[in-house]
Write a new protein. Structure first.
Length: 368
């Protein structure tokens, strides 16, 4: 078993995007990994990134990158509609895959990737970063310890201004519903992933989704673009454990209010909040048990802080936690958390929300 996982990163322009700002620095900082190749759509930007980070191999065709014998794993940070074909090529070539959320555009595509990874006995991880945040790990730990008693109800909201400001050129695809990246799949998807992991799986939903801001623009050029992607989503949900609650997400606000999850049970209450997205900004956790009065700030024990290479206020921190879990699994220890099975389940939940909105009815989340 090699001592380091050799990673090829697809989507790592050093001037724009998540891969060059986060994925590559994370893999270079972790003791378990090294980046040996970068693939961008243009060879010159891949070569520029390789020179910037000191990486030997540049590609502009991911099919060539995944065939390299010098690569053990592929990390994907491109626009959402490319996740499925890149991951499919990588798994088919026998490479472990770590992919940004969403895993694909549809649950069917995600299920195909999960089946292939399992058939080839390859490790598969999803960058749903909230599962790395120490305060959120503490929230889940408290729930498992019985802090809430029996969960009765919950409420979660995300309020951001993304639909009210121009998009950078490399984010043009956010405006297009067919590209798979909108307020439902990105901020709501990250938040629902953690909510389910912490409080329980969603069994059925009744929701509404809408595009409230129908015109957007590109920051660099001022070009006006008609928007078809959702910027606002709200749904009621019933969990497998019987708890009922609500989820509200919007990009159509002039202000960034942030994220909050409230959970109320027979024996206690927990409230987690962040000034921005829960997956990229520090989280504060408050709670109180029966007889304790008002909510108070809860401390996070050190054993829940899985990396020291980045500070918790650094957006790379949560990615580093998940990348370390993935790399350790690929090197023979532990398992990724979250993985493609978690992604399939999450895709089905979000598709049920859309189906509920279109049919104006309660919609069960399919188990398979």
């Amino acid at each position: 078993m090699p001592s380091k996982l050799r990673v090829g990163v697809v989507g790592a322009n050093i001037h724009e995007g998540w891969g060059g700002r986060v994925h590559v620095p994370v893999y270079q900082a972790l003791a378990e990994t090294e980046v040996v190749a970068i693939c961008n759509s243009r060879l010159e930007t891949a070569q520029e990134a390789c020179q910037h980070f000191g990486i030997p191999h540049a590609f502009n065709d991911y099919n060539q990158l995944v065939q390299s014998p010098e690569i053990d794993a592929v990390s994907i940070s491109t626009r959402v509609s490319l996740h499925h074909p890149i991951a499919l090529a990588a798994l088919s070539a026998g490479k472990h895959v770590f992919c940004e959320w969403p895993l694909a555009v549809t649950s069917g595509q995600a299920s195909e990737l999960l089946a292939l990874a399992q058939a080839k006995r390859l490790q598969h991880g999803i960058d749903a970063q909230a599962r790395g945040a120490p305060a959120l790990l503490r929230m889940r730990e408290l729930v498992e310890e019985g802090y809430l008693g029996r969960l009765l109800t919950f409420n979660m909201k995300i309020v951001q201004s993304s639909a009210m400001v121009p998009r950078e050129q490399h984010h043009w695809w956010i405006y297009n519903q067919g590209e798979g990246g909108d307020a439902l799949t990105i901020p709501c998807g990250h938040a629902v992933d953690f909510m389910q992991w912490c409080l329980g799986d969603i069994a059925e939903v009744a929701g509404a989704s809408a595009t409230q801001v129908e015109e957007g623009s590109i920051a660099e050029s001022g070009e006006q673009i008609h928007v078809t992607s959702f910027d606002t989503v709200a749904f009621a949900a019933r969990l497998d454990n019987g708890a009922v609650g609500s989820v509200y997400t919007t990009w159509a606000s002039l202000q960034d209010i942030g994220w909050q999850l409230e959970a109320y049970g027979t024996e206690g209450s927990l409230v987690a909040s962040a000034a921005g997205g829960l997956q990229v900004t520090p989280v504060q956790l408050r709670g109180a048990r029966r007889g304790e009065g008002d909510l108070r700030l809860l401390e996070v024990p050190d054993h829940l802080k899985e990396v020291t290479e980045f500070s918790e206020s650094d957006p790379r921190y949560n990615v580093a936690v998940l990348a370390r879990r993935f790399a350790s699994a690929a090197l023979g220890q532990g398992k990724p958390n979250p993985d493609f099975a978690d992604a399939v389940r999450l895709h089905r939940v979000l598709e049920a929300v859309v189906a509920s909105s279109e049919g104006r009815r309660w919609e069960a989340v399919p188990l398979a």
